[in-house]
Design a protein around this ligand. Structure first.
Ligand SMILES: NC(=O)c1ccc[n+]([C@@H]2O[C@H](COP(=O)([O-])OP(=O)(O)OC[C@H]3O[C@@H](n4cnc5c(N)ncnc54)[C@H](OP(=O)(O)O)[C@@H]3O)[C@@H](O)[C@H]2O)c1
Length: 286
């Protein structure tokens, strides 16, 4: 597994080990996925059956200033990985994003909805999907949305929950957009459903969003409610709160394809947040 120290990577390693797989995780220091020779060597040495790629360049706004950096990690490196997987006859499980869509929909996106990325990060992620599928038949692309997992406490980028907690700690009013809707996804459940798909030998594109379409403002409200905090939370909108990158206004993902296979639905958001805070507390106590 590459990107094993990211918030999804740590959960996937944990989930695979729980199910008795001999999982080996590499972080960036041990395997930079933009280094084609290192990736090829790592796979040749380890000879895996399945390669999970959780590594990604996720800085959506910064990517507008350095699109090459985003493209190198999210697109060209995925091409390297796909080629290396082909050499050892391994399946590739690759993660992509709800940002491949333009957000004009009014209901959760299905896998076959037309893609139309709105910025450099989104273009690079879509290109990564295409590279993976161009070089491999045995590839599973999992698109997800607004990932939050307890691993985010320790990562450089964190996640939306950690950002909200930090802002609450500042004592200032917090403004969150109410006109952008996504389906925030709990990393441990995302990891478990992904392994379920691998167990069922699925290939192609699957959506695993959090199962609830919710605005970022409403999500922030739920986070504070479950955390037992009451900062001043104000709704704002895209017009008032400009970001460097354009983002889809509506990017909730439909999990119907996954659920039709008999996989468990994702946990309700409130439950996911309760588990998040419980695990966060445990981590802090260690
Ligand atoms: N986070 C979200 O809200 C979100 C939303 C939709 C889709 N996704 C997708 O879900 C997947 C997992 O995301 P996540 O939330 O777990 O991200 P994350 O916590 O930011 O983890 C990404 C990991 O990739 C590593 N990485 C970056 N560049 C690398 C490179 N060149 N070689 C090796 N490792 C590298 C990072 O290491 P460093 O810390 O050293 O940079 C980090 O450990 C990604 O494909 C992402 O695009 C995420």
């Amino acid at each position: 597994m590459f990107g094993a120290f990211g918030q999804l990577g740590v959960e996937l390693v944990r989930e695979l080990q729980k199910r008795g797989w001999a999982a080996r995780g590499w972080d960036r220091a041990h395997a930079d996925i933009t280094d084609a020779a290192a990736i090829e060597q790592a796979l040749a040495d380890y000879d895996p059956q399945v390669v999970f790629n959780c590594a990604a360049y996720n800085q959506v706004d910064v990517a507008e200033k350095e699109p090459q950096a985003a493209y190198a990690v999210n697109a060209l490196a995925v091409r390297n990985l796909a080629l290396a997987c082909r050499q050892v006859d391994a399946k590739l499980v690759h993660f992509s994003t709800d940002y491949v869509f333009d957000g004009k929909a009014r209901q959760p996106y299905a896998e076959d909805a037309p893609t139309h990325p709105l910025g450099a990060y989104a273009v690079s992620k879509l290109a990564g999907e295409l590279y993976a599928q161009a070089y491999l038949d045995r590839v599973l692309v999992v698109r997800t949305s607004g990932v939050f997992g307890p691993g985010g406490v320790a990562t450089a980028r964190g996640n939306f929950v950690e950002l909200m907690l930090r802002l609450a700690g500042s004592g200032q009013p917090i403004r969150v957009v109410e006109d952008h809707v996504a389906s925030p996804s709990f990393a441990p459940a995302l990891a478990a459903r992904t392994v379920d798909l691998v167990d069922r030998e699925q290939t192609g594109v699957f959506h695993i969003g959090g199962g609830t379409a919710i605005s970022w403002f409403e999500f922030a409200r739920l986070i504070f409610e479950v955390a037992g905090l009451s900062p001043v939370l104000l709704a704002t909108n895209e017009r008032e709160y400009r970001t460097t990158a354009r983002r889809p206004r509506y990017s909730a993902l439909s999990n119907a394809k996954m659920e039709r296979l008999g996989l468990d639905p994702m946990p309700p958001l409130r439950e996911a947040l309760q588990q998040y805070f419980a695990e966060r507390k445990e981590l802090a106590a260690r």
